[in-house]
Ligand binder design. Structure first.
Ligand code: ADP
Length: 407
């Protein structure tokens, strides 16, 4: 079988010897399908072959050549960056001194053989260098694949980052426009409820005048109609006042300041004096803390919850207690009553505007009080909720962060 022809893109051995017969013997010895063989009969030709062939994994170099000997050729080969690491096996008729080899070309692997060449030793040395070369090639491929993978991942990451940025931008824009439309809505609610009050007041006044002046002159049905009209208009007035109060929480709130809750609850109880004595309620509160809040709004919050505790009382004598617990980052307030209680499935709904669980006949009201509490607590960065069961009373909880700054 003939030695494989050298091929581009295929691993080759470069044989360098000035004697054609030596080249042929070596070629015959190294015959293999695993690699191709390139030959050169002088140092300069060896360099030319290396220029034309990229995949030389081993050079077998005769030391005794005329003009430029093997060591000189090796020096020239090593000068080129591309060839610096191609292993060289020096072949010599004389024993090679190690110092000759080390001198000047200590880069890259090298080995040596003395003539006459032992075919088995030659083949085993070639195989070692071939395995080394293939191992390097495989490593290179794996490295390239890794590089490609890294590029693909980096591109994907960049894409995700760009998408994230765009998303964030859109969210910021959307939040801005939502904030703006929210502010406009609040302003609208404020203006509408404020301006509606005046004509409504006129309706109520004239209806009441009508009632006063013509009560006995009209028939009973007409009297009743007038009464309904006045009653409806008054309810509407309350609703509008509630809406106005709700719309004022964010837009017309006062700056936060240190508020003594003991004092605030005391003032609220003074305002509710009549209702408390009518219902014979006992209300306990002690050692309430000072918190950073909107003074008026905090008063309104306590008032709405305590007023409800009085309103939604059962047939037992009302017992109400207000207390506060210090948590790591906030104060946890609780207001407990022994009233009619609430079905647990409805405890979330009652904080929604206009949500009422009873008819206005059994308990008058507008369904705005707790929505106001909810908005006040939201403005203060806290939470509000209720735990209750029918006939077992209710406990309203709310939190006020300890770190509130001036709003
Ligand atoms: P209003 O009292 O004007 O109806 P609120 O917003 O203050 O409106 O309360 C909403 C509803 O929550 C009430 O209609 C009532 O059904 C329920 N509720 C509020 N507080 C209590 C309470 N302490 N005990 C039982 N039910 C309550």
């Amino acid at each position: 079988m003939k030695a494989k022809k050298p091929e581009q893109n295929r691993q080759n051995i470069l044989l360098v010897d000035d004697k054609e017969s030596n080249l042929l013997t070596m070629e015959a010895l190294l015959e293999s399908s695993d690699y191709g063989i390139i030959k050169a009969d002088s140092g300069p030709k060896a360099l030319k072959q290396l220029l034309e062939n990229d995949y030389v994994f081993l050079i077998i170099l005769d030391v005794q050549m005329p003009v430029i000997d093997g060591f000189e050729t090796a020096k020239l080969i090593r000068k080129r960056e591309k060839n610096r690491y191609i292993p060289i096996i020096f072949v010599s008729a004389e024993k090679i001194e190690e110092k000759d080899i080390f001198h000047g070309y200590a880069l890259g692997a090298f080995d040596y053989l003395t003539k006459p060449i032992n075919p088995e030793i030659l083949k085993s040395k070639v195989n070692v260098f071939l395995s080394l070369y293939q191992f390097k090639q495989d490593l290179g491929t794996a490295y390239e694949q890794l590089q490609q993978e890294i590029v693909v991942r980096r591109k994907a990451e960049e894409k995700v980052l760009a998408m994230n940025e765009e998303l964030e931008l859109r969210i910021t824009e959307r939040t801005k426009s939502l904030k703006k439309s929210n502010e406009r809505l609040q302003e609208f609610a404020y203006v509408a409820s404020h301006d509606l009050q005046e004509p409504l007041r006129m309706v109520i006044n004239y209806m009441q005048l009508l009632e006063k002046k013509y009560k006995k002159n009209l028939d009973e049905t007409a009297d009743q109609y007038i009464h309904f009209a006045v009653d409806g208009a008054k309810r509407m007035q309350k609703l509008i006042q509630g809406l106005l109060a709700l719309s004022r929480i964010d837009s017309r709130g006062e700056p936060f300041e240190a508020v003594d809750c003991d004092e605030t609850v005391g003032q609220v109880l003074k305002q509710l004096k009549t209702k408390i004595s009518e219902s014979k309620a006992s209300i306990k509160y002690k050692y309430l803390p000072s918190v950073v809040a909107d003074r008026m709004q905090l008063g309104q919050l306590f008032q709405n919850i305590i007023e409800n505790a009085l309103k939604y009382r059962s047939n037992k004598k009302p017992q109400i207690s207000v207390s506060a617990e210090s948590k790591k980052h906030e104060w946890l307030f609780s207001i407990t009553d022994n009233g009619i209680g609430i079905d647990p499935i409805q405890t979330k709904q009652i904080f929604a505007i206009f949500k009422r669980l009873h008819s206005k006949k059994s308990y008058p009201g507008t369904g705005i009080g707790l929505a106001i509490c909810d908005r006040i607590i939201e403005r203060h960065g806290g939470k509000i909720w209720v735990e209750s069961n029918p006939n077992e009373g209710s406990t309203f909880f709310f939190t006020i962060p300890k770190t509130n700054e001036s709003a």
